[in-house]
Structure formats: C-alpha cells, structure tokens
Design a protein around this ligand. Sequence first.
Ligand code: C5P
Length: 222
Amino acid sequence: PAARPLVGLRALVTAGPTFEPIDPVRGLTNRSSGKQGYAIAAALARRGAEVTLVSGPVALDAPPGVRRVFVETALQMKTASDAALPVDVAVMTAAVADWRPDQVATGKIKKAPGGPPSLALTENPDILAGLAATGPRRPRLVVGFAAETENLIANARAKLSRKGCDWIVANDVSADVFGADGNAATLITAEGEESWPRRSKAELAEALADRIAAHLTTPGAP
Ligand code: C5P
C-alpha cells in the first residue's frame, strides 16, 4: 500500500551520544539527546522499513517495530552498524565522540598529590565515512548529519564529499538544538539544496522519511 512504501526495504539509523570510558566510573560523552535519530527510525518503520536503531546511551523508548541495539562506545557503534548490513538506507544521526581515551584504567583513578592525570586520546573511526565507502555492502543511500554554526551550506557540502555520503542534513546549531524539540535544517544532495524552516524533530523526521521513500522507490528520483 502507498502508505507503507518501504515494505521489504532495510534501514540502519544511528542515534544518541557515545560514551567513552576513562575508568570504571568516568567517561567522555556529549549532550546528544537521541531524539532526532529516534524520530527518524520511527518514521521509517511506520513506512514499512525493517529498521535497526543503533543507539548510544539515552533514556528514550524504542519506537514501535524498531530493532534497537544499545551500545556505549564509538567502536561498539561501528561494530553494531556493520552487523546491521546489508541495508538499503543508512541515516547516521549519532553524535559520535571524535576521540576516546587511549587506555581505560581498570580501577578508579585516584586523586593524587602530584595533580590531575593527563588523558591521552586516540581518534575514533568515522562510522559514516566507513559505511559510505564504495563496496558491495554500501547502502544505496547514505545520509549524514552536520551540525554547523557558520557557513552552513559550504561546510556541509564539504562534509558531503569528504565523507562520501549521498545526502547531508545540515542543522543550524547557532540556535539551540541539542535536547530541544525544534530543528531548522537544509537537505544537501549532489543535485542541490532544500531548506526546511524550523520544525519539530518529528516533522523533520517525516520530511526526511518521505524523501528517502521517494528516492528508494521512484526510479530517477533525486
Ligand atoms: O564530522 P562530523 O562529526 O561533523 O560528522 C557528522 C556526521 O558524521 C554525522 O552523520 C555523524 O553521525 C557521523 N559520524 C560518524 N562517526 C564519527 C563521527 C561522525 O558516523 N566518528
């Protein structure tokens, strides 16, 4: 039926922050709420897609009909995302930590008279770029997100080509976005740009899911 255009198609969505442990009680994380990714997973599932939602630690219920896999670290998120393949579309909304502590202390790090410890950091893999790399398991459509405060379009377009993804949803985060319910965004594709005025994260998810459905089901659709 027309209302469920994604029946028979598979989707991967990443959402939320990652948590990179420093020791058994501490870690590096960020303020991503996961709301936008969860809303997209829900919108794709409502259109009939078989959705795997790879989620960092958030306090949100799994949307109906969505298979959720909880992870903590970026490395776990990459492993779980790879395990969800093959998919027709991947939407990467997670706020993946750029770095993780080099070593995770096995015991709680103590306060010491010598002063604070220094944290050596290692770069995390770019999950989006890895998925978007050409190969037999590349999803037909790979969508990334970009949070920008300036030169929104130019920076997002540079990110599109650097990461090799097909579309970028560029969020203007000069206004507050993290944890908020509204989001102003521009959808950037190879063909052009479409700007979406401020709307709820649920409405943004509906608009994006409609665009994804059109792309995957209409030959020649942008
Ligand atoms: O480079 P930047 O972090 O701004 O890119 C954001 C986009 O890349 C988002 O779609 C995010 O989910 C994805 N990303 C990723 N793995 C990383 C860093 C970012 O999948 N290590």
